[in-house]
Design a protein around this ligand. Structure first.
Ligand code: SF4
Ligand code: FES
Length: 545
């Protein structure tokens, strides 16, 4: 494996890499602004310049020292190279670049959302000068609304052009550009255009300073208060890897989590902003219908009534008169317990899966210059249809589509239904239309609407952020997600509810259910890799850039 020496440390790499790429992979710090692993290399910011010696191509035994500083982001790493980013010449350059970038910078860190995860702030501390020699008035620019989610504070911009390259190379929409020349250069949108493409908010993540900010997160939390959980987007079947940033039981934002095989560095705006349902319109108590109105009931009574109602349906109408409706928004572990519980009461219970909503066709983004696919937003709007199908196939026996189940309910063949509802507003409409007329309807739902209105008994459940589990994306990739926040007041996850109903021993956990699933023959779930977040937030965010 080729190896080079960087600031006294040995760095090895495989394949073709630039000096900066090899150092980033080996966690050897070299400052950089304009370089981003997911974008083309422009070497414009000049803070990554290093001094280097490399073997003479004509006489490899001889080392040649380059007289000038070299951009490490653009220079290929070569075996036996010697690189220093700490020589007096390199350090003088870093200080000069920092001084130049801060000339017109407003230095408004106390009111800037980027503070705490800002390259300019950190590099100013690590590589900058203690004092400014600039005495003239700074250029001031007003903030500008440039898109549905994005605000531009152009006097904080360091003109790294990451955002411009993103809209040209990844979203292919090209709304942003550098306008003007020399001291008048600035980032802006083309006249009459806004940054409203379905991947638009990624420019906020890749902006290394506080020039592009998220309207949704604006002034809502200092980033050093946020905790992070590694999760999977619950919005579509693509299985985009995300971080949920939260504090005191409340979600504040969603950020992309790098996965080379799924979403790389990016996520769709849909995955980023569809989390408010976690805190809206939630149920906090079990309810049962009594004389035409809902009354609160305890978890113990709800559990007892669930078992009694289902057993009564089987007693009165025979096996096969009950059904379990699985939600493709539930984790695979939860669906396993759901089906197991339904079959423990009625061995011929019907299993049905709520069909996911399909929004048109997959949206495929391409780099206009190369034609390479850069991102795909899946049309199927549920994270775990594949998992639901796998569980249904595993249990075998009576299984049917939701429309068929509706027919059976209409013909009084199925009298009792235990349904897990989809958590997103409006998404349980198809299931509601199909099973709303069941004489006995028991709903596991997190929301006050939809199935809750029709159910004779409803139990308040957790959203994906309040539990752990696995989803299987449309490509058959099984991905685990961590619990981010505690279950909201009095809510329980579907998994916990079925664990209790099955009278399983011990405390419910997704890992315990996966163990049980593997023992039952679902071998894919024996060794699921659990994503970990061990680094502090700012280090984690930077490593993703
Ligand atoms: S707005 Fe941010 S990402 Fe875009 S050029 Fe300026 S500093 Fe770079
Ligand atoms: S990171 Fe190398 S010049 Fe900007």
């Amino acid at each position: 494996m080729p190896t080079m020496e960087v600031d006294g440390q040995m760095v090895s790499w495989e394949g073709k890499k630039t000096i900066l790429q090899a150092c980033n992979d080996a966690n050897v710090p070299i400052p950089h602004y304009c370089y981003h692993a997911g974008l083309s290399i422009v070497a414009s910011c000049r803070i990554c310049l290093v001094e280097m010696e490399s073997p003479d191509p004509k006489d490899p035994a001889k080392m040649v020292k380059l007289p000038k500083l070299t951009p490490s982001c653009q220079t290929p790493a070569v075996d036996r190279m010697k690189v220093t980013s700490k020589s007096p010449k390199a350090v003088a350059n870093q200080k000069a670049v920092m001084e130049f970038l801060l000339i017109n910078h407003p230095l408004d860190c106390p009111v800037c959302d980027q503070a705490g995860e800002c390259y300019l702030q950190d590099y100013s501390f690590n590589y900058g000068r203690a004092e400014s020699r600039f005495e003239e008035d700074k250029i001031k620019n007003p903030k500008k609304d440039i898109g549905l989610h994005v605000l531009l504070y152009s006097d904080r911009c360091i003109l790294c052009t990451r955002c411009v390259r993103f809209t040209r190379e990844i979203s292919g929409s090209g709304e942003l550009a550098v306008f003007g020349r020399g001291a008048r250069e600035e980032i802006d949108v083309f006249p009459g255009k806004t940054v409203d493409n379905p991947l638009s908010a990624n420019v906020i993540d890749i902006c290394p300073v506080g020039a592009l900010l998220d309207k949704d997160f604006l002034f809502s939390q200092r980033v050093w208060f946020l905790k992070s959980a590694a999760s999977i987007s619950p919005i579509s079947s693509g299985g985009e890897n995300i971080f949920i940033h939260h504090n005191h039981g409340r979600i504040y934002r969603i950020k992309p989590r790098f996965n080379a095989d799924v979403n790389k560095w990016w996520i769709s705006d849909e995955a980023r902003y569809t989390w408010q349902f976690v805190h809206e319109n939630r149920l906090h108590a079990c309810h049962r219908m009594q004389y035409g109105s809902f009354v609160e009931t305890s978890w113990e009574r709800a559990y007892a009534q669930t078992t009694e109602d289902l057993q009564k349906a089987v007693r009165d109408n025979g096996p096969g008169s009950t059904a379990a409706v699985l939600s493709p928004f539930a984790s695979t572990e939860e669906m396993f317990l759901h089906a197991k519980f339904a079959r423990s009461i009625d061995p011929q219970a019907w299993l049905a899966v709520t069909p996911p909503r399909i929004d048109g066709q997959d949206q495929v983004f391409k780099n206009p210059a190369t034609g390479a696919v850069t991102f795909t937003i899946r049309a199927e709007k549920a994270p775990n249809r594949r998992g639901a199908e796998k569980i249904t196939a595993h249990f075998g026996g009576n299984a049917c589509a939701l429309e068929e189940l509706a027919e059976k309910i209409k013909n009084k063949k199925v009298m009792a239904v235990l349904a897990s509802a989809d958590p997103l507003p409006g998404m349980d409409k198809p299931v509601l239309a199909a099973i709303g007329a069941a004489p006995t309807l028991i709903a596991l739902t997190s929301r006050h609407t939809g199935l809750y209105e029709k159910a004779g008994l409803s139990m308040p459940t957790c959203t994906w952020a309040e539990k752990a589990g696995v989803y299987e994306n449309c490509d058959g990739r099984i991905q685990a997600f961590q619990q981010a926040i505690d279950p909201l007041e009095n809510c329980r996850s579907d998994g916990r509810i079925f664990w209790d109903l099955l009278a399983h021993e011990g405390t419910h956990s997704a890992a315990a259910v996966r163990h049980e699933m593997a023992a039952a023959g679902l071998a894919d779930y024996a060794n699921v890799a659990i994503p970990q977040v061990e680094k502090p937030l700012e280090v984690m965010e930077f490593s993703a850039l």
